[in-house]
Design a protein around this ligand. Structure first.
Ligand code: SF4
Length: 423
């Protein structure tokens, strides 16, 4: 299938910071294990007594050293397998990171993980110039994935309500346009999107049995346009005009923020959640929302308090706003926000789950400024932490988290959280 880059302008090149080699548990297939075992590393003194892989259940992963780095990361911060045998000799998961290939009907969308610092900083060549690498990865997936999976139907809008892939792309393009509107504060852009989503949730796309009322492609474009205009009139102009989130909403939201803040492996592993008692203690602290914020990630300062997370962060610089806009437009345009890349969520729920990553990142940024970072630098770090989890942390796909998302949406808390933490 064709690989398409996205309209949003995003750059990336690897700058060999080694961050990903210290952060992730990298899965390896049986073929990759055999290939690496045949590369002769066991003859080197630094590999004596060091297994290349660790087993978890039926899966194998690259082993890490005590400092959290991959066993194959050299002192020069470069991959030794890549250095000696070339990129193709590495496990596919290492080669493809931070690209994302999202199946979208008859093509793949090329997305990106902003957990990588070079991606978050927009450093390197335009993604549109990197399609040949992406095509190679896509060809690999096509040769190893069952045809039925590749030809999967579009994600439903909600429940069993479906529309063709083209309409899902139309919805994504309209949302991306709202998120790109530089005339609005970023938090209001998301409130407008949620207004449109709440209206479309009530629409009967199949016409309710009347063929004349079926929402065709042309009608959908018109409807999206009209709802975007209505959102402009209906949504309060400033965050201060939006009611503040309720106690229940904030309590549920903090549990979600804890999931996004938490790093359980690698060099950035937090210290608060060590052992079952540490995990329970951290969960209790996040539920209570008082005292110090548990250090769930190495980047979190020791002295941040929950009360600091309720204080406005202040106005953000252009770089931080443009990062937030690029980040969310990438997730929307690539369709990573719904379907299989986001734990099977439908289009509307997927957009709501993505909307919540904005207050989650802003909440984390408030914690991160405590150690002297500028608000813009804190937002950059927070976006990387949240994006590290979005669509990947299995906790976010749990029934409990899906229920929490539903509760926040049903109680009308989503726009309130966005306005409150977007200040
Ligand atoms: S985190 Fe990004 S820039 Fe750093 S080594 Fe990995 S891919 Fe390269």
């Amino acid at each position: 299938m064709q690989v398409r880059s996205l309209p949003v302008l995003q750059n990336w090149d690897c700058h060999s910071c080694g961050d990903c080699c210290r952060s992730y548990a990298v899965p390896v297939t049986a073929d990759e294990r055999r290939r690496i075992e045949g590369q002769g590393w066991e003859a080197l003194p630094e590999f004596q007594g060091i297994p290349f892989f660790v087993r978890r259940g039926s899966e194998f992963y690259l082993n890490h050293r005590a400092d959290g780095s991959c066993v194959f990361l050299g002192a020069d911060n470069l991959c030794r397998i890549h250095g000696k045998f070339g990129s193709a000799a590495k496990p596919l998961a290492c080669r493809i990171y931070p690209f994302l290939l999202v199946p979208a009907g008859d093509h793949w969308n090329l997305g990106l993980r902003l957990a990588c610092p070079s991606a978050a900083e927009n450093k390197g060549r335009a993604l549109s110039e990197q399609l040949s690498d992406a095509r190679e990865f896509a060809a690999f997936f096509e040769s190893t994935t069952a045809k039925e999976k590749l030809a999967a139907p579009p994600p439903p809008l909600q429940g069993s309500q479906t529309v063709p892939w083209g309409d899902v792309a139309r919805i994504a393009a309209a949302v991306s346009r709202l998120l790109a509107n530089e005339a609005e504060p970023f938090e209001r852009r998301w409130r407008k999107v949620l207004f449109v989503v709440s209206m479309l949730r009530k629409a009967k796309f199949d016409g309710g049995g009347d063929p004349k009322k079926v929402v065709t492609a042309g009608r959908l474009s018109e409807l999206l346009h009209v709802l975007g205009e209505a959102a402009h009139d209906e949504e309060p102009k400033t965050a201060a005009e939006v009611p503040i989130p309720g106690w229940v909403g904030r309590t549920i939201f903090r549990q979600l923020a804890a999931v996004y803040a938490r790093k359980d492996h690698g060099a950035e592993k937090g210290t608060a959640q060590r052992g079952p008692i540490g995990r329970i203690w951290s969960a209790v602290k996040f539920a209570a929302g008082r005292g110090r914020v548990p250090k769930l990630h190495a980047a979190l300062p020791d002295s941040a308090t929950f009360s600091a997370t309720e204080v406005p962060l202040g106005s953000l610089g252009d770089n931080a706003v443009s990062l937030l806009s690029r980040w969310h437009r990438l997730k929307v345009e690539s369709l990573q926000f719904c379907g299989s890349p986001n734990f099977g969520l439908g289009v509307w729920e997927g957009l709501e789950s993505l909307a919540l990553t904005f207050p989650a990142a802003m909440w984390l940024a408030r914690v991160l400024v405590v150690d002297g970072r500028s608000p813009d630098a804190a937002v950059m770090q927070a976006v990387r932490m949240v994006d590290d989890n979005f669509g990947f942390n299995p906790l976010l796909g749990s029934t409990r988290q899906k229920f929490a998302l539903r509760m926040l949406a049903n109680r009308g808390e989503l726009p309130r959280l966005i306005a409150w933490y977007g200040r």
